[in-house]
Design a protein. Structure first.
Length: 287
């Protein structure tokens, strides 16, 4: 696993990928840091974190180069035939991407000190926010890596992961605009079942299984809807709000309290999508 990790880290830093990611991220974040903290005098770093949500698209840069490119050039076959387990391969790649993100995060860690130098900063709250922010980035990397494992096209991987990560990042921005109608909630949950069915079909390489997941899930939702329609009133809004990861950071900013459940949630989601990636690539290895 360490050999895979070293190879990936070297690949990121001998090419321009890591430097482009770090530079663009810091420029965008730095702009919001200047506006909110240095100019407006905000005492917490949470405001530029929440305002710079559109920077999340950069995480697709890290994953689009690794898995899709190797699959397209058939380099992945060398890894698949190696004695190293798929779990170690995926974790090695994932940790390498997180290392690039950590290099960016290390620079961000100086922001509370800058705020404190020019005025007053809630250092404990800010560094708690930064740790949560780092784990949120690890979730975005895990999600993007899973999406990249499903295709050999760098363009498709980049666009798809960009859209998904961006939607997760800004979900809270448009959840209030969605109608609370029970019918709309039911239709959107059926659509979610279709998406899950497609993913299940790709992971198992079995279209019938994917169709079965879609059919059973849709029937269950329709049955619940018929029994208790009121249950779906505003349900899709609540679901989207739970999906919006930055909202968990906002709870720390608003309440000025540390909730260990936020860290457990981020780590669990990241681990889940790393597991999905392992399963996706394992199916290709033995197919």
């Amino acid at each position: 696993m360490f050999a895979i990790y070293k190879r990936e880290v070297k690949s990121f830093f001998t090419s321009l990928t890591a430097y482009i990611f770090i530079a663009i991220y810091l420029v965008i974040f730095g702009r919001y840091f200047k506006v909110y903290n240095l100019d407006a005098g905000m005492t917490t770093i949470g405001y530029p974190m929440l305002a710079s949500y559109w920077v999340y698209f950069l995480f697709s840069l890290l994953t689009m180069k690794s898995l899709p490119e190797e699959r397209k050039e058939k380099i992945d076959q060398l890894l698949f035939t190696s004695p190293v387990s798929m779990t170690k391969i995926v974790i090695g790649k994932y940790l390498a991407m997180c290392t690039v993100w950590f290099a960016t995060f290390a620079v961000l860690c100086t922001c509370p000190l800058i705020i404190n130098y020019f005025g007053h900063s809630e250092l404990l709250t800010d560094y708690t926010l930064l740790v949560a922010y780092f784990f949120m980035g690890c979730v975005f990397i895990a999600v993007s890596m899973f999406i990249s494992s499903l295709t050999e096209s760098q363009l498709v991987a980049a666009i798809t992961s960009l859209v998904v990560v961006f939607l997760i990042g800004v979900a809270s921005q448009f959840s209030s605009r969605i109608t609370t109608s029970a019918y709309v909630s039911m239709i959107m949950f059926v659509g979610l079942c279709v998406i899950l069915g497609i993913i299940a079909g790709i992971l198992t390489r079995n279209g019938f299984f994917g169709a079965g997941v879609t059919l059973i899930g849709s029937l269950v939702i329709l049955l619940i809807f018929v029994i208790n329609k009121n249950l779906f009133e505003g349900l899709i809004q609540k679901f989207i709000e739970k999906l919006a990861l930055p909202m968990y950071l906002q709870s720390i900013v608003n309440d000025n309290m540390v909730d260990i459940r936020i860290f457990v949630f981020f780590i669990s989601v990241a681990a889940l999508f790393v597991f999905f990636t392992i399963q996706s690539l394992s199916k290709r290895r033995y197919s």
